[in-house]
Design a protein around this ligand. Sequence first.
Ligand code: IPE
Ligand code: IPE
Ligand code: MG
Length: 238
Amino acid sequence: MAASNSKPLPENIPAHVAIIMDGNGRWAKQRGLPRVAGHRAGTENLRRVIEACVEFGIRTLTIYAFSTENWRRPAEEVNGLMTIFEDVIDRELPQLNKNGVQLRHIGKLEGLKPAFAQKVREAIQATSHNSTLILNVAFNYGGRSEIVEAVRRMVAEGLPADSITEEALAAHLYTGGQADPDLIIRTSGEMRVSNFLIWQGAYSEYYVAPAYWPDFDKEQLRLALEEYANRNRRFGGL
Ligand code: IPE
Ligand code: IPE
Ligand code: MG
């Protein structure tokens, strides 16, 4: 599909883009709205960004939707977020299938309401045949907890110490078998990782967008891709 934007896309589009979708609360505050209204606007924006990724030829998109630390927020906000995500799965499933999006989850399903966890499993199953875009949703995700869980699983499998390699550890992460993100975007101007893909992002390019997540649009994604195309990735070499 040709990009509808008049400006041409750079040639080396990253295969895997990850996004820390930040700034929903501030977006709402700016408009005198409750924080949950920002989360609702954020999930609506997600649909547009997924479509832009498909159009731009990105093959994997990983989005940070809820961290293991976000449970620290007031119950009202946490419950609001859970309700929004449950609604989104129901509402967006046909569109995901239409766009060839294969849904995956990274994080812990334990600790979520059983009915919600079941809904996630069913949505993963219902999109498993799609291959245009892999969408990893990081929900109840924490990078440190992911590494600890991976180590626990290796120990439980009885792996001897000298078999615990970088490759073995990577294979035991939630993202096992997938390539690392090439580009990690954070919206809302914040310059921190907040426990996102701390292993996988070791050599990712970082890009901070000033816009709050609900305002991060296709044009801003294009700007990020343009900057990425001009970066020189050395991976420690020359
Ligand atoms: C990101 O927006 C969404 C989640 C963390 C769930 P925030 O809710 O963090 O919004 P700000 O950063 O407070 O503006
Ligand atoms: C990171 O944003 C988590 C998500 C976007 C889901 P936060 O808003 O939770 O991060 P901090 O607290 O500002 O570091
Ligand atoms: Mg935030």
